[in-house]
Write a protein that binds this ligand. Structure first.
Ligand code: SF4
Length: 300
């Protein structure tokens, strides 16, 4: 499903993916920060920037006084610490509480499930493999969770890394919530000839799956695509990969200021998608700009 708008002169179709913008996990983490800030008697910090979107981070600072610390122990005693949707290593929450911080745990419940599934693999005697980006906070948290549970976790970012593994006995696999299923599936499948027993737990979140299905739809329907989101947002980068995979010109933009009207010359169907950390007002501003400015009948 998608939202269809037309340019003012009716000549250009602008199709916005229904799932474009905040996912519920991100909305939930923002709600935690806003709730934490209701108590004005102590400062509120998020553990790292709450989401990869400067517009939202700045709005939280301006309207609610919420700022961030990169190291949880840098927050002064008595302040509130909001954990973002990506989650953290379990030790971070314990240390923060022990240091006298009030912890608001905004970890997405679907990320919590990845921690639990990975630890269950350890209990079942599997060596754990995490398909994902080693430096992504979600993966850092999952790996720490496994290690704290007495297991061993190896991150696999590429097919080559999976193919280079030695022979294994029991390999248990979980997957970063925002990965492209086909790509992650190839990496996971490479473990099948390596181990006597392989268990794959598909932990890609359903929001990601819906977003990618809509990206595939746009890739087949539109003749130019904008993917709105921060240059640092991994799910925005992956969405742009899916949108552009079939050769449709695909541009990543963070705000309306990045939109270049020459991208749309001669194009009659514009697709718009956005990452899970993109606020709806940023998407709406881009749509309004295109509605006003695009026309197939006149030069833009
Ligand atoms: S993308 Fe999925 S796992 Fe990640 S925060 Fe959103 S709902 Fe949760």
């Amino acid at each position: 499903m998608s939202r269809i708008t037309k340019s003012k002169d009716d000549s250009v179709l602008i199709e916005v993916a229904d799932s474009a913008g905040y996912c519920w996990g991100v909305e939930r983490a923002i709600d935690f920060a806003v709730k934490a800030a209701e108590n004005k008697e102590r400062p509120v910090f998020t553990h790292g920037e709450l989401i990869h979107n400067s517009h939202t981070v700045e709005k939280l600072r301006r309207e609610h006084g919420v700022t961030h610390v990169d190291d949880h122990l840098a927050a002064p005693v008595g302040s509130a610490l909001v954990i973002r949707a990506h989650g953290v290593p379990p030790a971070v929450k314990r240390e923060a509480k022990a240091a006298g911080l009030e912890v608001f745990d905004g970890t997405c419940p679907l990320v919590d499930i990845i921690h639990r599934k990975a630890r269950a693999l350890v209990d079942e005697g599997y060596e754990v493999f995490v398909v994902g980006q080693a430096q992504h906070p979600e993966i850092i948290g999952v790996v720490a969770s496994v290690e704290e549970h007495g297991g061993k976790a190896t991150v696999l970012e590429t097919l080559e890394q999976a193919q280079a593994l030695p022979l294994l006995k029991k390999a248990g696999i979980v997957i970063q919530s925002t990965l492209i299923a086909e790509k992650a599936g190839k990496i996971a499948a490479a473990l099948v000839p390596k181990a006597r027993e392989v268990k794959i737990v598909n932990t890609i979140c359903h929001v990601t799956t819906e977003r990618q299905a809509e990206a595939n739809h746009l890739a087949g329907a539109a003749d130019v695509i904008l993917v709105v989101g921060s240059p640092h947002s991994s799910n925005t980068i992956k969405l742009a990969e899916v949108c552009g995979a079939g050769g449709v010109p695909t541009h990543r933009v963070e705000t309306v200021a990045d939109v270049q009207l020459e991208w749309f010359e001669g194009k009659g169907h514009v697709g718009i998608h956005a990452g899970a950390s993109t606020p709806v007002e940023v998407i709406d501003a881009i749509v309004a700009h295109l509605v006003d400015r695009l026309s197939l009948r006149q030069p833009v």
